[in-house]
Design a binder for this molecule. Structure first.
Ligand code: S3P
Length: 436
């Protein structure tokens, strides 16, 4: 457990204009595709958080020359599809599930052996969801008991394309197979049970790879090349989500979040908050490097509880901790179902959020695949994030409506996705202090 704590005084409102850090999913992919491309890829808006830096360092360890990041700018000197080199040791991917799952696919088709490791949280997360279908493609990957990391990938496997009906709605699994598919003979297809974020497909097209989609199925053919291109990473809607919730629940708030990615596979949080009565406007909608972006203006509004529509669940999968805080401040009951995936994130987000909400006096009932929250007041108290960045930031926003101070334990991992969170939140009106 880390020593960093957040201390919050109750009340306040959020106002002003800010740009939250770059999108984590897109930042990871920019390093991966830029490294495999021919030519020089210039990235702007890159997330300088620990997760995307873990990906960047992994590619440096495999011989890719990468300059930066400096104020979000990264220059990647692509080595081509066959140019990665044997690293000098295991690749340590820290807390980052996206790095481990996407790299499993990308590295399954290399000529060298490589070991992927991570922290205690990542070493307890399920990896068979990628290693099983990758084995069907011919990959040789050994896991620890229970399908956990470290993963030992043997080089020299010859991969063949598969047509994979994906059992869960996971962009990480889909992306892992598509990246392996770049090295496979023939066509690799993944059919998703529900739409998931499509940044891999969009960015592959930007690098010149033909990716086709028919309904819920996405396919590509191996053996091609990637051509370097510029990547502009928009601000992360998952980081904006804390402020969308905070400004919605804190009376008098009027906050604008600039240049936020609004890819329709990511906007569940806006759809759900609007259905609860939130006042969110999309201003200056535009396209930036193959991804739609907008400025989001959010003003405080009275929220009411809802049954969260099932089809919104994969589109808001990372935003539920923040949405649970909105539900606690809404009038009436909010019910979430069909979200068992939340139990295998950086923490068991159903249990950890329920425990924290209950500690703050909220009536929250966890269920196997969701939660039932009765809106009303939030009290003061102490909660633990269990080393989960999104839990820590969600409870920080709860202070805006709490009746007493809130102390949040184990907050170091906020740096995985949102370095500078407490400073930026303070700037727009959150009463937050960091304590060691
Ligand atoms: C991600 C996909 C999602 C998400 C994660 C990032 C990605 O995970 O929760 O934060 O970048 O592909 P799943 O694929 O496990 O749903």
């Amino acid at each position: 457990m880390s020593d960093l704590k957040f201390h919050l005084q109750p009340g306040g409102q959020l106002s002003g204009k800010i740009r939250v850090p770059g999108d984590k999913s897109i930042s990871h992919r920019s390093i991966m595709l830029g490294s495999l491309a021919e030519g020089v890829t210039e990235v702007s808006g890159f997330l300088q958080g620990e997760d995307s830096l873990a990906t960047l360092n992994a590619f440096r360890q495999m011989g890719v020359r990468i300059e930066g990041p400096e104020e979000g700018r990264v220059t990647i000197y692509g080595v081509g599809m066959a140019g990665l080199q044997l690293p000098d040791g295991p690749l340590d991917l820290g807390n980052s599930g996206t790095s481990m799952r996407l790299l499993s696919g990308l590295l399954a088709g290399q000529t060298f052996d490589v070991t992927l490791t991570g922290d205690a949280s990542l070493s307890g997360r399920p990896m068979r969801r990628v290693t099983d279908p990758l084995a069907l493609m011919g990959a040789q990957i050994e896991t620890e008991a229970g399908g956990m990391a470290p993963l030992v990938i043997s080089g020299g496997a010859s991969l063949k394309g598969i047509d994979y009906p994906m059992p869960m709605a996971s962009a990480q699994v889909k992306s892992s197979l598509l990246l392996a598919g770049l090295y496979a003979q023939g066509e690799t297809c993944v059919t998703e049970p529900a739409p998931t974020r499509d940044h891999t497909e969009r960015m592959l097209r930007g690098f010149g790879v033909a990716v086709t989609r028919r309904g819920h199925q996405v396919c590509l053919t191996g053996g091609g090349k990637l051509q370097a291109t510029a990547v502009d990473v928009p601000a992360d809607i998952s980081s904006a989500a804390f402020f969308l919730v905070g400004a919605s629940i804190a009376e008098g708030s009027d906050l604008t979040l600039q240049h936020v990615g609004i890819n329709p596979t990511r906007t569940g949080v806006i759809n759900i908050l609007r259905e609860m009565g939130a006042h969110i406007e999309l201003l200056n909608e535009r396209s930036s490097g193959g991804e739609p972006v907008a400025d989001l203006r959010v003003r405080a509004a009275p929220l009411h509880g809802i049954e969260i529509p099932l089809e919104q669940v994969p589109l808001a999968i990372d935003e539920f901790p923040a949405l649970f805080v909105a539900a606690a401040c809404a009038e009436g009951e909010t019910v979430l179902r069909g979200a068992e995936e939340l139990r295998v994130k950086e923490s068991d987000r159903i249990q950890v959020m329920a425990d924290g909400l209950i500690a703050l006096g909220v009536d929250a009932q966890p269920t196997q695949d969701g939660i039932v929250i009765q809106g009303g007041g939030i009290g003061g108290g102490t909660v633990t994030s269990h080393g989960d960045h999104r839990i820590a930031m969600s409870f920080a926003m709860a202070a805006l409506r709490a009746s007493g101070p809130i102390e949040i334990l184990d907050c170091e991992n906020v740096n995985t996705s949102f370095p500078g969170f407490s400073g930026l939140s303070k700037q727009v009106g959150l009463n937050i202090e960091e304590l060691k």
